[in-house]
Design a protein around this ligand. Structure first.
Ligand code: DX5
Ligand code: ZN
Length: 216
């Protein structure tokens, strides 16, 4: 069963409550992109916005950390209600195992993220510990980019390794340039959580886009 996680980065920040209700009614997960202007060349939003969403959210909040020193902020994101927290392998390297532990100690599901140019094998050592893997299908930093088709092979490679390890319950989340047009092939390749920002919030009818992606 595919889960759809609209990315709040593409929401209308002047009418955030309206877009939060869209997720509450039709989607599965709130995807929240946290960018620090250092790990990625962009700054998104921080705790006040996450807390405001938390006060209304009826679906789990998935915090995607695109920041250096994720260890500094993981406890605080858990405190404000994140049910899922992921960090970039590229920002953590050999500290990744300790960070997955830290997320678990703080009561959240733990995810590890890689950009499209990072070999998938780099995260294989963490597949017994992670609850989900987030494969970027664009380079982290901005919404509205074009889907990188090589992502499909990367999903298949991670899914195959999860099967080999008897870890099929681990979710594969994919993020960037996702819409009803590619949702089907992503699902067939082994993805289980689809993040979509522009495709959902820039649509005439966001609920219909979510419905199409879930059926893909
Ligand atoms: C990019 C973010 C994505 C982004 C996706 O760094 O991680 O979550 O919001 O946006 P779309 O769906 O517009 O590519
Ligand atoms: Zn994201």
């Amino acid at each position: 069963m595919i889960q759809v996680a609209p990315s709040i980065l593409a929401a209308d920040f002047l009418h955030l409550e309206k877009d939060v209700q869209t997720v509450n009614r039709h989607a599965d997960i709130f995807h929240l992109d946290i960018m620090d202007g250092s790990f990625v060349p962009n700054i998104s939003f921080g705790f006040p916005v996450v807390e405001a969403i938390a006060s209304q959210a009826q679906k789990p909040m998935d915090v995607h950390l695109m920041i250096v020193h994720p260890e500094k902020y993981i406890p605080r994101f858990a405190q404000v209600g994140a049910a899922m927290i992921s960090f970039h392998y590229e920002a953590a390297l050999e500290a990744s195992a300790a960070l997955l532990d830290l997320i678990h100690e703080n009561g959240a599901r733990a995810g590890i993220v890689i950009n499209p140019d990072c070999p998938v094998e780099k995260i294989f050592p963490y597949l017994d510990q992670a609850d989900y893997v987030l494969l970027m299908s664009v380079f982290a930093g901005f919404g509205g980019q074009k889907f990188i088709p090589e992502t499909l092979d990367r999903i298949r490679a991670v899914r195959k390794e999860l099967r080999r390890r008897d870890r099929e319950a681990v979710d594969i989340e994919v993020d960037g340039g996702i819409s009803p047009a590619n949702a089907g092939e992503l699902a067939r390749s082994g993805a289980t959580i689809l993040v979509a920002g522009s495709a959902v919030f820039r649509a005439e009818d966001p609920s219909e886009v979510i419905r199409q992606m879930k059926q893909a």
